[in-house]
Ligand binder design. Sequence first.
Ligand SMILES: Cc1ncc(COP(=O)(O)O)c(C=O)c1O
Length: 387
Amino acid sequence: MKFETIAIRTQTERGKQNEHSTPIFATSSYLFNDADEMRMIFSDEMPGNVYSRYTNPSVREFENKIALLEHTEDARATTTGMAAIFTAFACLLGQGDHVLMSQAVFGSTIKIMENFFSKWGITYTLVNSENAEDWEEFILPNTRLLYFETPSNPGLQIFRLQSFADMCKKHGIISIVDNCFATPYLQQPAKHGIDMVIHSATKYIDGQGRVMGGVIAGKKEHITAIEQFMRNAGPSLSPFNAWVLSKSLETLAVRMDRHCSNALALAEWLSGQDKIKRVSYPFLESHPSYEIAKQQMKAGGGIVAFELDGDLQMGKNLLNNIGMLSMSANLGDTRSIITHPASTTHSKLTEEQRKLVGINASLIRVSVGLEHIDDIIADVEQALIKA
Ligand SMILES: Cc1ncc(COP(=O)(O)O)c(C=O)c1O
């Protein structure tokens, strides 16, 4: 079946009410028919639900869909995207291990390495390049994980998935990609040989700015280990949020098509404005990795970044004159959102770290929503004139 059909037709087994749409399984625990069945389900000798920290039908529906859409063997859902990243690292890493991580990742991902994993005896190297060959010299005998985002947040750097997957295989390293910006509709890293895929489901998967969630998809051996970790550590997704996210996946394809066409139209319009120094969008021919983006992504995604031809004050003036677009920290919503990464999402990084990944003071990020493109452009245009 095709993407859209899988996203709609993967469903929890129908119940006695013959419901068409899956209900929410709002239950923390489950019943057993007799003592023997209880013992066998508890000891994993027989499949079944025990407790919703372990498994829940609403959550399993969401996880099963993601595994199918990402072309991975299995998946596990977490409370947030950061919980997914933390869970994957905590489960797969041990004392003395080393992690290779792109410098161009979401700020909190770097912060958990800096503030937590490093104090538990895990070392890491941040690499500032989207070329796999440049990473090879940083590989150590104890390097266990390699982690990056493509497209990256908010610089929209593109990493060639196949090259990183091949390099990791050669050195016996587990490769993990944060696929949040692309979603499984635009790109499936596992098809290129990446071992594990992570999402902040809070973004395009929900797509309407309502709930938080995360998901880890990958090989059975890794996901089984992650499941064991989650059963005990407890970052499991709530049934309500899983239900919302599973329903949202039903419309992901049509939403992403419009996010992408609106974003491309805004990027093209911005490119023709003289107050704009640089526009970054993976499907603009001017993007340095345009060819790679075309090869591994179905479309360019919903995020556009641009630099004003002016100072920090001009950036502030632009934001202060915006009328319709929301000034908010999220992305991947139906509502277009405008942010200033240097003072918000990436403010936790030092100026030096921000410079390394191309986030300068006048960089503006727009998460292009599903409003009519004419209204989105009109709002940015009037704010630019006033700025
Ligand atoms: C690329 C990326 N990964 C991970 C996260 C963290 O996700 P969450 O906010 O759901 O914890 C974010 C949040 O903005 C993100 O943009």
